[in-house]
Design a protein around this ligand. Structure first.
Ligand SMILES: NC(=O)c1ccc[n+]([C@@H]2O[C@H](COP(=O)([O-])OP(=O)(O)OC[C@H]3O[C@@H](n4cnc5c(N)ncnc54)[C@H](OP(=O)(O)O)[C@@H]3O)[C@@H](O)[C@H]2O)c1
Length: 398
């Protein structure tokens, strides 16, 4: 029986994780659930899974949840501080931590899980982008186990030899090929992109996901973050990681070996598949997802990627090549830009402009420790709002 903490249980990955967990009550029990503000969903989840702890990072929401749970006679203890998130990730009774908070907010608790030697199911790619070396070092030094949830990295992990270890290079691998659906605006004329609305950007052609990652898919920043994530997880130089368009999202990624063989992992675009894989790795369990019907799929298409359409991908490559805190700066600027777009304060095509401005004007340092990383994150967010102030009168929605 694995005792699990789900960091970000009310989100898309968190909800899918609980669906898989529900299929295997003999294998998993829920120790702690966490959210930011979604009191009603966390309340429902607490009623159903009866965790020992529930953490809401928003204090007011935590107070409301505590009252609701008390009125139902539930013993779940409600907490709300940043340290509490880390505590439920590092708790001695916890075996497994699903790290699926969105954005930089997930870094400290993911790191706490690594420092306490947990089995970490990593969906929060931003943590790895910001602090790849520190996180992998914490995993190795504390005998933790890191397993990738992101469908592409999970696919690559499935295609590697069984003895391959994350954070180490597999010498027989020549190249990693990440597939990308192209996001919501793949087929839009470039000149129309300035008119793209948040609702349109949040309609992914194949996947159902949270708002931030869906916009990241439309800009292709998601793939940029994934290239960085892949470079850390599989210790591949960035030039040996390529991206191709695959509109159907059936092949989740590929590994090309030195001998000319290429292995791919295929499946329905449903995150319960990679989630179930990491939950019970190395044994496979039912995920609740139907098997792939190749006759219904009929054909699989591939296209080269056009960087003019997706400038964010190039920005991610550049930031990773610069190294140090540059990926943190990229990530922070992107988080602000995506939120501004979702709030209709800037237009879709402003996203790469804002990120590029912040990357050019923020000094990067060696990412030696968390203080330096968080300082870069704060400075980049401030610079992002400076860009907004300068450009507000030109922004499409104002
Ligand atoms: N969705 C996918 O299919 C998918 C696939 C691969 C990787 N990922 C990665 O998985 C992570 C989660 O994605 P998602 O789509 O599940 O996101 P999501 O649906 O937006 O859920 C995010 C979760 O994080 C919580 N949260 C938000 N802000 C927070 C904060 N400041 N402090 C603490 N908790 C906070 C949310 O709580 P509230 O509900 O209360 O706001 C929610 O539980 C991301 O890093 C994403 O890149 C997602």
């Amino acid at each position: 029986m694995q005792n699990i903490t789900i960091l970000g249980s009310t989100g898309s990955i968190g909800t899918s994780t609980l669906q898989v967990v529900s299929l295997h009550p003999e294998k998993f029990s829920v120790f702690a659930l966490t959210a930011h503000k979604n009191t009603s969903k966390l309340f429902e989840q607490c009623l159903r899974y009866k965790p020992s702890y529930a953490v809401m990072s928003d204090e007011k929401s935590a107070e409301i949840l505590a009252k609701q749970l008390k009125s139902q006679g539930l013993k779940t203890e409600v907490l709300s501080k940043e340290e509490d998130l880390q505590a439920v990730a590092a708790h001695p009774q916890v075996d497994t931590v699903m790290a699926c908070i969105v954005g930089a907010a997930g870094l400290s608790s993911t790191l706490a899980a690594a420092q306490s030697g947990k089995r970490i199911l990593l969906a929060n790619k931003e943590a790895l982008v910001m602090s790849g070396e520190l996180l992998l070092q914490a995993v190795h030094e504390n005998n933790a186990l890191l397993l990738p949830v992101d469908s592409e990295h999970n696919a690559i992990f499935q295609c590697l030899p069984p003895n391959a270890k994350l954070g180490y290079r597999c010498e027989s691998v020549k190249q990693i090929i990440l597939t990308a659906s192209g996001g919501a605006f793949r087929d839009w004329p470039l000149e129309q992109l300035t008119t793209a609305t948040p609702a349109q950007a949040c309609k992914h052609p194949n996947w159902t996901m949270g708002a931030k990652i869906t916009v990241d898919s439309a800009t292709m920043m998601n793939k940029g973050l994934e290239v960085i994530e892949a470079s850390y997880l599989f210790r591949m130089p960035i030039d040996a990681i390529s991206v191709i368009l695959h509109p159907q999202s059936i092949i989740h990624s590929l590994v090309e070996y030195q001998d000319g063989s290429t292995l791919a992992q295929l499946g329905e675009p449903d995150m319960r598949v990679p989630i179930s894989y990491v939950l019970n790795w190395p044994e496979r369990i039912a995920s609740g997802v139907k098997s792939l019907d190749l006759l219904a799929v009929k054909c699989l298409e591939f296209q080269p990627l056009c960087l003019t359409r997706y400038p964010c991908l190039d920005l991610a490559y550049q930031a990773f090549k610069v190294g140090g805190t540059a990926p943190t700066i990229l990530n922070a600027a992107n988080e602000v830009a995506v939120q501004l777009f979702l709030d209709e304060k800037i237009c879709f095509t402003d996203i790469p402009k804002l990120i590029s401005y912040v990357l050019e004007r923020t000094t990067h340092k060696s990412a030696k420790n968390l203080d330096i990383i968080f300082e870069a994150d704060v400075i980049a967010r401030e610079k992002s709002f400076k860009w907004l102030d300068k450009n507000r009168k030109y922004a499409a929605f104002n």
